[in-house]
Ligand binder design. Structure first.
Ligand SMILES: [Zn+2]
Length: 299
């Protein structure tokens, strides 16, 4: 199956699609021909930007990527098998602020072509089977509601059962406030599933923190990786800078919550540029997968 296609949509679509071409979901992070770098504000030609894995060729800043681009970056061609693609959120609390929650979900689904803020599945990374979860910031700021929590938990449970290594690529504004406590409890649910995966089964979990990873995602599975990797200059935080400053009533330095600062303070294992991760992840798994084998040998 080709990454980024919904076969069920293809079958219902116009004659063009019926000619044998699968429909690609149109979720370009940078719509149109030109994009602007968030860091140096240089104007970038989207075609070249995409070829360069959304890295600014002027300053090297890693611009935001959507989940489909991430899966294409990490998974060998034609090996991706998605899981729980049809799971969608229910507005249990009948929540509204400036807009109704059910409207926000519908709008995000239309804009992104996704059902919620994470894609999960299995695929090959340099020939090895892995379980992969990729969050998508373009769907309601990558917020973690009950669907995100349930999909990630099921992915971990599947990986535990099938003894697959696990990678989760994080990009999130934190918990989804429109779901209240239901959103918060996903942190504990995912962490419990990870505990079985990592401690009981001794399987490797690598978390990849991308710009931005914040709130409940940082506080649960984001920082639970056996190896924690971040992209250069990614903003990684629990509470935002403004909240900390208001609580402590003091200024905090610039760059305090950047990947580089976290690395200097021992909270990350590696900072890996986006053009290298496949090779790096594959090498880590090769080394790491020997560990449970050695452990069994001692008994
Ligand atoms: Zn730039």
């Amino acid at each position: 199956m080709i990454i980024g296609t919904f076969p069920e949509e293809t079958s219902e679509d116009s004659s063009e699609d019926r000619k044998g071409k699968e429909k690609q979901i149109n979720i370009n992070t940078h719509k149109g021909l030109w994009a602007r770098c968030d860091n140096c504000e240089n104007t970038l030609y989207v075609k070249f930007l995409k070829q360069n894995k959304s890295i600014c060729d002027e300053c090297g800043f890693h611009l935001r990527m959507n989940s489909i681009e991430r899966i294409e970056l990490l998974i060998d061609r034609d090996t991706w098998i998605p899981m729980d693609e049809d799971m969608t959120a229910i507005d249990v609390l009948d929540f509204s602020d400036e807009d109704f929650y059910h409207n926000r979900i519908a709008n995000s689904q239309e804009d992104t072509g996704l059902t919620d803020a994470v894609q999960t599945g299995i695929g090959h990374l340099e020939g090895k089977s892995i379980a992969l979860g990729v969050m998508d910031f373009s769907f309601m700021g990558g917020s973690m509601g009950s669907v995100v929590g349930e999909k990630i938990t099921r992915l971990i449970e599947y990986a535990t059962h099938e003894s697959l290594p696990l990678i989760i690529v994080c990009a999130s504004g934190g918990a989804r406030m429109q779901e209240g406590t239901l959103s918060l409890m996903q942190m504990a649910k995912i962490s419990s599933a990870l505990q079985k995966f990592q401690v009981q089964k001794k399987l490797p979990y690598i978390s990849v923190l991308t710009h931005p990873t914040t709130g409940g995602v940082t506080a649960s599975f984001g920082m639970s990786g056996d190896i924690i990797i971040a992209e250069p200059e990614a903003y990684i935080a629990f509470a935002g800078k403004r909240v900390i400053e208001q609580t402590l009533r003091q200024k905090i330095p610039d760059g305090f919550q950047s990947a580089e600062s976290l690395f200097d303070n021992g909270l990350l294992d590696l900072i890996v540029p986006r053009n290298l991760p496949k090779g790096v992840l594959s090498e880590i798994f090769e080394l790491y997968c020997l560990a449970p084998y050695r452990d069994r040998q001692k008994r």
